[in-house]
Write a protein that binds this ligand. Sequence first.
Ligand code: GLU
Length: 378
Amino acid sequence: MDDGSTQNFNSLRVQHNDALGPFKGGIRFGPGVSLDEVKALAMWMTWKTALVGVPFGGAKGGIICDPKRFSKRELEALSRGYVQQFVEYIGPDKDIPAPDMYTNAQIMAWMLDEYEKLTGHHVPGAFTGKPVELGGIRTRESATGYGGAVVVQQVARLLKMKPKSTSVAVQGFGNVGHSAAQFLFDAGYKIVALSDSQGAIYNKKGLNPAAAMTCKIEKGKIAECYFAGSVVNGSKSGVISNDELLELDVDILIPAALENQITAKNAEKIKAKAVVELANGPTTPEADKILQQKKTTVVPDVLANAGGVVASYFEWVQNSYGYYWTDEEVYDKLSDILVKAFGRVLGKSGEHKADMRTGAYLLAVGRVAKAIELRGGI
Ligand code: GLU
């Protein structure tokens, strides 16, 4: 620590399955990170990569800590410490970490540097979500949000919604929620509510995500931005709670924050026609049943937020080639993969008269099971 003391933090890496390729998944920092959470997230990565057809398995990592309390130097020490613990399990053909909650390109850069120091050679493909200068791709940071926006557009087509008259509420204004809101705003959708961990703002006439971000950076929290003219084009928007945001009368609800946000307690009150899960695991199984009965279209996380890992796959491919594509190529290829995956999930759920989550799991689990079978079983 900066004061010269030493502190220990519990670090986790869970490798769930690698039948289809090397383990793949992010590393999150947070005080609430637990082994059970990381296990669940590792399993979701297995289904996610299998579903969209990128040649990876599933893993997840975490450090139990409060990242907001660290200085930059302490964060670097923590990131390097993680790699020192797990170096033998990581590698471009073994297990490829990436950013997740409270981790970013700078943290991947420190981790890669530590990994290369310990192994003695350049291995850019050992981590994805790196800065561009170290072999990352510019579009990686916005890729999950971009993919989410592609999926929302597919849902809107399915439910015959026109962008201009489609209202969207986004819970979570981190990297994923912010970029999804921005891409949808640019495509003409009406973003009516935005939130961060400290509160939400709502305006029926629509909000401007870029202005909301500028205001959030300036004021520290989004709930302070209700009076900012540029955010709401002059009209006053309301400050509401995160719970109220989930229950708004909107066309599309995008949970882009934490797990377990839509539960048996509030599922009945969800008015959105479609829920597009940009967070991992935002809907509990009980809530999922209620939403199914209400005929709410739920696009499962393993499909809706797969844009991030697809971009990671492109980064890994480019690292092994040493040849880099343009942003347009990346966005086009990403969009192509997600549109096809959306169509396949819809087809599968239709075939089985089931919801989209069941359709997605039938496809993903089936592919992993087939790979295990071909390898001779467990
Ligand atoms: N952390 C992201 C996710 O949950 C991306 C993982 C990756 O790129 O490996 O999908």
